[in-house]
Design a protein around this ligand. Structure first.
Ligand code: NAP
Length: 659
């Protein structure tokens, strides 16, 4: 780590020598997240004796507050940190040379409590991935290490990126770094994708921000552990500004259709924009349209007869004043759980229709600002922010998979899939029991009857139970029969009158790339080829569709292990490796071999069948209409990283340039 460290991120200022007095440092340490503290200081000073065995976290407790350290351990860690930081300051704030790989592994292992093998892999296998994720020293190891000028000087090559959300901004940035020409179109007025479209009250990220951010554009001054939507939107805008993308996006422009023209090695892309229809000719297309962007409007009889305002949570109508109105909400997924507590206090009366209750993950700091002392440490102690990200990445990551993997020998609770899954279920049930202890009528209907992990687990810091327990909030679990002009009628024939109807009914997640029409080799249309079963190799490539690459494509959604930004970073790196191959080879295009694609998808299906979401028959957006899990990645994060780091030439075929 050197003095110029951390300058690659547009959000992090270069380090300055530590000048704070002892009292200031002591005060900051009172707010510190302790798990990353000694590892960061060992890295900073090179003094591995700081890693004292009795101050190592218990790997089973790292998800507890302060990683499960008891009061005595906490005091000792803080005292040791104070001594180390004041000595570092008094010695001129000179970081030690970077640790050797062995030392780095020792520090990482200590930080995680020496977890041993995870999903059958030793920690050493994770070392390069974890080092990359930390992006120590502000480096960007996932950036392309080649340019078009170097590998194919003078070759004309333009990439179209469809969508300017989190993945599209990243894809355009990577193309730019490789010196490719690129065009980005987006149907919205600005960048941000999901963070632009979802503006409902209470919308916030449910992954810790310190990992829900690009590895190479970390921000040390997140105001909240889980920031609200406007903060996220600002972050993505700032990234797009810093990388020269935001001004160049063609806004209010959608792709309607595209076709591969083998005679020119180009995609001919039809668009619809502010000036009417348009046509682009590009050499490759990266779809970055997301999975959760097309609202799912439920097929409920009479929905269009409702006389008051009716809107979807992702198309919030802010001009509709809910004050003093009777409001009905359909759905109790992640979106509803965020906005219901916000609107309940202003509505005269709120009726929530629940079909399936969500599991709640107790998250005490869900709405909390990052403590001032913690902020100070993140900004002033070199490496602390990166080690903090590292610890969160691990806690949120592959370690969590074990709890949702099916144990075929398990014969316990029918709504669990293994002993560990049942243990997790008991913990979460206990949370619900405590939260609804004073409302046995609600407790009876809020405890899910499906395994933890079969549906998305939703974070809660107590506000969802509190909202449901309000006198003016009514939870209805009787199925909906129909909507009438005055409200919603349930299957018992009871009318729930309302003035405003809000659909928190999720998205058309398995309709990948809809409504675009995409014609590949020989005019085959992508959705017709899929026939309702979207599949892609690594979620990215489809046989017969050269130079078409999908980000957040089929089977790349993660259920509980990590942040989707990680997947986009891995996927984009793979796409750039494929583009490099096209350019180096002089070919027109590249597509995945069918047998490779099929083999991969068989493995995905087999593994999904061993996961809680695969065996459960509960409703979820993880499955398509046929019941296949078309969304989720069932393997480890490590495996996605390993498989996308490069591009195995044997897996792909090159399409020659037209003569
Ligand atoms: P969702 O999880 O798909 O939830 C939709 C809800 O609507 C479910 O409760 C569903 O019931 C209900 N529903 C759908 N059709 C219905 C019908 N015809 N009758 C009655 N109920 C019906 O959608 P979401 O809450 O918008 O969340 C989608 C995903 O977006 C999340 O899982 C998450 O990945 C992401 N998200 C993330 C955040 C965040 O990070 N902050 C926030 C919001 C969303 P069933 O459960 O019975 O199907």
């Amino acid at each position: 780590m050197n003095e110029s460290a951390f300058t690659a991120s547009p959000f992090v200022s270069p380090r300055r020598p530590l000048t704070a007095d002892d009292a200031e440092i002591r005060a900051a340490l009172a707010d510190a997240a302790l798990q990353p503290l000694l590892p960061a200081l060992a890295h900073l000073t090179g003094d591995l004796s700081l890693l004292r065995p009795h101050l190592r976290p218990d790997p089973l407790l790292v998800n507890q507050p302060q990683a499960g350290f008891d009061a005595e351990q906490q005091a000792e860690i803080r005292a040791l940190a104070l001594e180390t930081l004041t000595a570092f300051r008094d010695g001129g704030s000179r970081p030690a040379p970077p640790p050797s790989d062995d030392d780095l592994l020792a520090i990482m292992s200590f930080a995680l409590g020496d977890p041993g093998d995870t999903n059958g892999r030793p920690l050493a296998d994770y070392l390069p991935l974890l080092a990359e994720e930390m992006a120590h020293g502000g480096v960007d190891p996932r950036a392309p290490d080649w340019t078009r000028d170097a590998v194919a000087p003078g070759r004309d090559f333009t990439v179209l990126v469809v969508g300017a959300g989190m993945s599209g901004i990243l894809a355009a940035h990577r193309c730019d770094q490789a010196g490719l020409d690129w065009i980005v179109v987006d149907e919205n007025d600005d960048v941000g994708g999901t963070w632009y479209q979802n503006t409902y009250p209470g919308c916030r990220v449910d992954n810790p921000n310190f990992t829900y951010s690009y590895s190479f554009a970390q921000r040390h001054d997140w105001p909240y552990h889980y920031s609200p939507q406007p903060v996220l939107l600002d972050y993505f805008r700032a990234c797009a500004d810093a990388w020269g993308i935001r001004d160049r996006v063609r806004y209010r422009t959608s792709v309607t259709a595209m076709a591969w023209d083998a005679s020119t090695g180009q995609w001919v892309v039809d668009t619809s924009g502010p000036d009417g229809p348009g046509r682009l000719r590009v050499h490759a297309v990266i779809s970055a349209v997301g999975q959760l962007n097309r609202p799912h409007i439920p097929d409920i009889a009479g929905l269009d007869t409702f006389t008051g305002p009716c809107f979807h949570s992702a198309r919030w109508r802010h001009e509709v004043d809910l004050t003093g109105r009777r409001v009905a909400v359909i759905g109790t997924g992640a979106s509803a759980v965020q906005f219901v507590p916000e609107i309940a206090p202003v509505c005269a009366d709120l009726t929530v229709f629940q079909r399936t209750p969500p599991w709640l993950a107790p998250t005490e700091d869900y709405h909390d600002p990052v403590e001032p002392g913690m902020q100070w440490l993140l900004e002033h102690v070199p490496g602390y922010a990166e080690w903090n990200r590292f610890c969160i990445f691990w806690r949120m990551g592959d370690g969590a998979l074990e709890a949702v993997r099916v144990d075929p020998a398990y014969r316990g609770c029918p709504d669990a899939v293994s002993d560990l899954n049942a243990f997790t279920r008991d913990l979460l049930t206990e949370y619900l029991r405590a939260a609804f202890a004073d409302r046995p009528d609600l407790l009876e209907v809020v405890v899910p009857r499906y395994p933890v992990g079969a549906k998305r687990v939703v974070r809660d810091n107590g506000v969802w139970p509190a909202a449901l327990k309000r006198d003016d909030v009514h939870l209805v679990t009787t199925p909906i029969d129909r909507v009438v002009p005055a409200g919603v009628v349930d299957a018992d024939g009871r009318l729930h009158a309302c003035d405003v109807l809000i659909l928190a009914t999720g998205f058309q997640a398995s309709r990948f790339l809809a409504p675009m029409r995409v014609h590949g080799i020989d005019g085959v249309e992508l959705h017709e080829a899929w026939a309702g079963e979207p599949r892609a190799h690594l979620g990215i490539s489809v046989p017969g569709f050269p130079n078409l690459f999908l980000l957040y494509g089929p089977n790349t959604n993660i259920v509980l292990n990590g942040s989707i930004i990680y997947f986009s970073e891995c996927g984009t790196r793979h796409i750039l490796a494929l583009l490099r191959r096209v350019l180096e080879s002089g070919a027109a295009g590249i597509s995945v071999r069918r047998e490779v694609h099929d083999r991969f998808n068989e493995a995905v299906d087999a593994e999904n069948a061993r996961m809680a979401w695969g065996v459960s028959d509960v409703n979820s957006w993880y499955k398509n209409d046929s019941g296949r899990v078309s969304q989720n990645w069932p393997f480890t994060l490590l495996e996605y990283w390993e498989r996308t780091r490069g591009a195995n030439p044997d897996d792909y075929e090159l399409h020659p340039a037209a003569s």
